[in-house]
Structure formats: C-alpha cells, structure tokens
Ligand binder design. Structure first.
Ligand code: MSP
Length: 626
C-alpha cells in the first residue's frame, strides 16, 4: 500500500488557539483524509511545541510549575483538535520522553561530526518568535516578524555550521523545484540562501526549560532545533526502524509562511548533516486575517474556535459537529490555499446560506422528500441511464481529483458545486413531480439524483467528515472511498433514512440577505452594462519605449481590434498568439503611449505573478461572458 506521511507545524502552547492556527490543522486533515480516501496508508502528525522561553515566562507569570503549565495547555490544543475532527495518527509533544531522546542523540551526532561547535554569540533574540537576530535584521530596533521588543544576548553558545550547507542547499533547490511550494516561497528561500548563510546558534545558556545539551548541562538546546526534530520522533525514529523507514522521508510538511525559512533552510541542513534524506515537499500556506486585520492578542481580535463553533451552532440550530464542518468548509472554500485569507462574519454567513443551505442542503432535502412521496423512501431502479449527466459528473470528479492533488481545495470544491448546481437544475428541468404517470422516467431521475448525492458526499468527506458520515450512513455506504465512485453502486431497494434539514437556512439579524447591502453590491443592471467577450489574440508586439505594454490584435469573430495591455513583464508577445482571453469590449477607447486601446484585457495579479484570464474550454471568439 502507498504510504503518505504528513505533518503540521507544532503549536506553541503559551498562546490560546485561534482560528488562524487551527486552520493549518484543518488543511492538513483534509489532505490526510483525502489520501486515505484514495486508499493510502497515511501517517498524520501534529502536536505541541513546549520548550520556548516564552512558555517558561508565561508559566512564571501565572505562578505555575512550567511542566504543569504545558501539560494543561497541550491538552487544550489536543481537545480542540479532537473537536475539529483532526484525524492525527500521533499528537506529539516536545516534552515526550522519546522526543527528548531523539533531540539529545541528534545534537550529539552533529557535534561528533564537527557540525556543532562552541562559540560566542552576540546579537539579539526575539522571545515571541524564538529567533536569533542580527543588527541588520531589526526594524526600528524591534523584531521584524512580530514587531515586539528584542533582548540583547551576549553568551557562549553552541553553533550549527549552517554555512557549510549553503552550496548543497542551493544545489538541492535548483534540482528540486517542487521542494518548497508555492513558487513565491521557493523564490524567497532561494534568495536568502543565495545571499549567504551564516552559522546559527543552537543552544541557550541563560535559560533552562527545555532539553539540556547532552555533554554540557549548562546549555539548553535551542527550541527550533528541538522542535524540528518532532518530525522524526513522531514516526518512531530510534525506536522502530521499520516504521521509520516506511514513512521517512515525509511526503509533506505543511507550515505557515512565517516559518518557511526554518523549514526550508535550517531543517534540510540539519538532515544533510545527519545524513537523512530530505522531506519530499514543504508547503507554506498564507495567513488568515480577521475582518481585514492581522489576528493578534494585543488587538484582542482573535476568534476562539471553540466559542465560535458553539455560538454558530446555537444561532443556526445545528449540532456542534455540523457547525465544525461548516467552519472547515468555509476555511477551505473562501481562499485559494497558499494565499492569505480574510475571515469575515459576513462571508461566513453568506457561504453557509448559499452554498450549504441553498445548494447542497436543498438538493438533499428535495430529493429525499420526493423519494418519500413517490417511492416510500426506497431507492428505485435506474431504468434509463442519463449518460450526459453521468459524463458531466465524471468529468467534474476528474477535475476534483486533479485539484486535490495540488492542494487546491477551493477549486476542487468548485468542481463539487458544479455537480450540485447541475443536479439542482436537473430537478428544475426534469420536473419529476409531473411524471407520476411515467414511473420509469420518475425512477430513473430519482436514482440519478440519489447516486449523484452519494458521489458528492464522498467528495466532500475530507472537508466535512461529520456530516458526510451521517449522510453516507443513510445511504448504507459508510466509510467513503474513491473506489466507490463508479456510477451505479447505490443499491436498489434500500431505504434511505430521511434526515431533518442538515443546514437550515439562517436568518440574519443584520444584513438584508436577499437584496444585499448597498455598499458591498452592484445591481444586476450595473453588471449587465459590462460587455465582456472572448477574444482570440492574432498578433502581438511590444509597444516601443514602454517596458510594460504589449499591443495586441484580437479577433472577436466578426471584427478585429487593437487592445493595449500592461503585461510585457509577464508574457513574451510570441507566447500570446492564439490564446483566447477575456476582454471588456465596451470600455471607452484610451490612448496608452501613443497607441489607442479599444477595450481592456482582464488579468489577475498578486505580488509575484500576473495571469491572463483564459478559458478552460474552447468557446468561440466573440462569445459573451455573463
Ligand atoms: N512552534 C512553531 C513551529 C515549530 S514547527 C517545527 C510555531 N508555532 S505557532 O504556534 O506560532 O504556529 C503554528 C502554525 O500556525 C504555524 O505554521 C503558523 O504559521 C500557523 N499560524 C499561526 N497564525 C496563523 C494565521 N493567522 N493563519 C494561518 N496560520 C497561522 O511557529
């Protein structure tokens, strides 16, 4: 059986969990569940990082023994993860005895190899981020990451010869373009390596809470050196060789963008030094903000995930597990995984009402209501197969699998919603309620709908494990598996239990849902004023004396035009010819560097990339976009 070993970062226990931190565990859980759905043997590890100075400081503040403090705090995280359905194989704590053994052994080995040596450290330390900083790293005298005060340190420390691994790392990165994703993070780390690596301090003398250096009890091993090794301990390094060899190297380390460098530079260098293979992939995701602002305790805008879920479950009249699923769904659908996201109550309520209550929930309710009305709740026979709809579902399933493979959760969910929307339309167009005198047709339509729902539920299982389990049980098809996605596996004759509405529609006390808030919405009439068209590029050349502009000749089927776009930094003219793009046709003509543009091309951009909007299927030039 294929193995898949994935990890999350391990969480500092001094802070209470918030929606941003739990989002990483949820994303990892979605991947773990998806891989299991594919039949893989998954080892999924997560846990708590307990040896940081700020944790000891926090325990002192509360007047508790640090060990008691971390025991209690670690349990808070574990309980939270259990509540959110995080299906970890091991919940590791850096205070676990087997981990301490691994850390000591690893430190000793690198020392014996001459890669750790005693030196003098003079510089700064940020307690919050557990990071050593140079003068040149500081921003207005403060930590460049969190903006907090830093401590001056002047101590004898053990150093790790990171500089020795500069060239090997560079070579590795050049040969493994997918080692660190997304590409923007890969580039960031490459630039740091290229700018030169210096040896780093890997012990602290003035601080005792943690793992002591095995051959020098005056020193405590640096928290990051300690923490990174959790990825080895979790799969029984030094304890069970067979198990370790089965899962190492890890298939995926999922981490946030703030800790990319620790994972992309220090960790691989430590492994190179020891002589272990490097993980196959590190994926650095973005950060969740809250209502447009960075989540931070000092701003007081951290959402406690447990309180949030409890409150939402009360408001929506759903149980806690369903509310957890709604939250997991929202966090996966709302952003393109990898980029930053903005958690807002408004979008949360909207997604719930439109995607879950209106689309998915309604499809189930309407279908089971009809099943009870016409067939007494028993699955009827599929007399005639509707190949067109089955092909469409198969096609979307392929897209889903492809997107899930790349961790594009939102795009994978789009494919599922294409199926849901198509089946809702299918009910509208087939009007089964008018077919009581054509039982064969009625049976076939109901079967198509039920089998479609079964497929959708399997696809949603990684995202909404609690709800999908309940639905699949009523279909007598639990647990979910990709193998069960062949059309027609739903058993004829079984009775489908009628569930109460899973996602009852939520009434908002504030925003007027149906009409939308003035400030956020444009009317349909406003949108209709835009004439958006498919256009084929037939010629392209750079605009002279401009670095950014390209002049395009485009065809709209029955007419040709010139359009100028600021895309020259991202596209060569030759690669554009033949592409079908989207333009605004009825924009007032405008002169750019002496060339008149008759319309505007549409493109998406972030700080690194610009991409033209291109169609994913062939549609005739001149076609309208609505
Ligand atoms: N203990 C270190 C990691 C050691 S891994 C060997 C650490 N802990 S943390 O608690 O500060 O962060 C844990 C994870 O949560 C990190 O990957 C971090 O990027 C992520 N997140 C923290 N806040 C977040 C958001 N607001 N949004 C998304 N992820 C966030 O760093």
């Amino acid at each position: 059986m294929d193995n898949f070993y994935l990890t999350t970062a391990i969480y500092y226990v001094n802070d209470k969990p918030h929606m941003g931190s739990v989002s990483e565990a949820i994303s990892a859980d979605i991947i773990a569940r998806f891989k299991r759905l594919e039949g893989k043997d998954v080892f999924f590890s997560t846990g708590t990082d307990e040896h940081a100075q700020k944790i000891e400081d926090r325990a002192k503040e509360e007047g508790i023994d640090p060990q008691l403090f971390v025991d209690k705090a670690s349990k808070t995280w574990k309980d939270l993860f259990n509540m959110f359905g995080i299906s970890y194989t091991r919940f590791i704590r850096t205070s676990d005895a087997d981990h301490i053994k691994v850390v000591k052994h690893f430190f000793q080995t690198l020392y014996d190899k001459g890669d750790i040596y005693l030196g003098e450290y003079e510089g700064w330390y940020c307690v919050r981020d557990a990071t050593f900083l140079k003068d040149s790293d500081l921003k207005s005298g403060k930590c460049p990451i969190c903006g907090e005060k830093v401590q001056k340190i002047n101590e004898t420390n053990y150093f790790f010869r990171l500089s020795k691994y500069e060239k090997p790392l560079l070579k590795y990165y050049e040969e493994h373009k997918d080692f660190l994703r997304p590409e923007s993070r890969y580039n960031e780390v490459m630039n740091v390596i290229k700018s030169g690596l210096q040896d780093i301090s890997v012990s602290r003398k003035s601080f005792k809470f943690g793992t002591p250096v095995p051959f020098d009890k005056d020193h405590t091993i640096y928290v990051w050196f300690d923490a990174l090794l959790n990825y080895l301990t979790a799969i029984d390094f030094l304890k069970d060789e067979e198990k370790f060899n089965k899962y190492w190297p890890a298939d995926l380390h999922l981490v946030g963008k703030d800790i990319t460098r620790f994972h992309g530079i220090i960790w691989p260098a430590m492994l190179m030094s020891y002589g272990l293979p490097l993980p196959k992939e590190i994926f650095a995701h973005g950060f969740w903000n809250l209502e447009g602002e960075k989540m931070s305790k000092s701003k007081g805008n951290v959402v406690n995930p447990i309180d949030f879920v409890k409150e939402f479950s009360k408001k929506a009249g759903i149980d806690i597990e369903t509310a957890v699923d709604v939250t997991r769904f929202y966090l996966s659908k709302e952003i393109s995984f990898g980029l930053d996201g903005n958690f807002t109550m408004d979008t949360f309520y909207r997604r719930y009402n439109s995607d879950l209550a209106n689309d998915f929930g309604n499809l189930i309710n309407r279908t089971t209501t009809m099943l009870y009305k016409y067939k007494d709740g028993a699955v009827p026979e599929e007399m005639v197969r509707d190949e067109k709809i089955i092909n469409f579902i198969n096609e979307q399933e392929k897209i889903y699998l492809k997107e899930m493979d790349k961790y594009n959760f939102s795009q994978a969910l789009d494919a599922v919603w294409n199926i849901i929307n198509t089946l809702n339309n299918y009910i509208q167009t087939k009007t089964p309620w008018k077919l009581e005198d054509n039982q064969d047709a009625l049976s076939s339509i109901l079967y198509t709908l039920l089998e479609g729902i079964r497929h959708i539920t399997i696809l949603l299982a990684p995202f909404m494990p609690f709800t999908t389990k309940k639905v699949l049980k009523t279909f007598q098809d639990d647990p979910a598996s990709i193998k069960k996605m062949e059309w027609g596996q739903l058993k004829v004759g079984i009775k489908i239990e009628k569930l109460p509405p899973i996602f009852p529609r939520l009434k908002r006390e504030t925003a007027d849902e149906e009409n939308g808030k003035e400030e956020n919405f444009i009317s349909h009439e406003d949108f209709a004023k835009l004439d958006l068209r498919v256009a084929q590029i037939i010629a392209a050349e750079k605009v002279q004396e401009s670095q950014k502009l390209i002049k395009l000749r485009i065809s709209l089927g029955d007419e040709e035009r010139t359009i100028v776009g600021g895309i020259a930094l991202h596209y060569e003219p030759e690669q554009l010819i033949g592409k079908k793009i989207i333009i605004v046709k009825n924009l007032k003509p405008r002169k750019l560097m002496g060339v008149t543009s008759y319309g505007m091309l549409l493109a998406a951009s972030d700080e690194n990339n610009l991409s033209l909007l291109i169609l994913d299927k062939d549609v005739k030039e001149g076609s309208k976009i609505s």
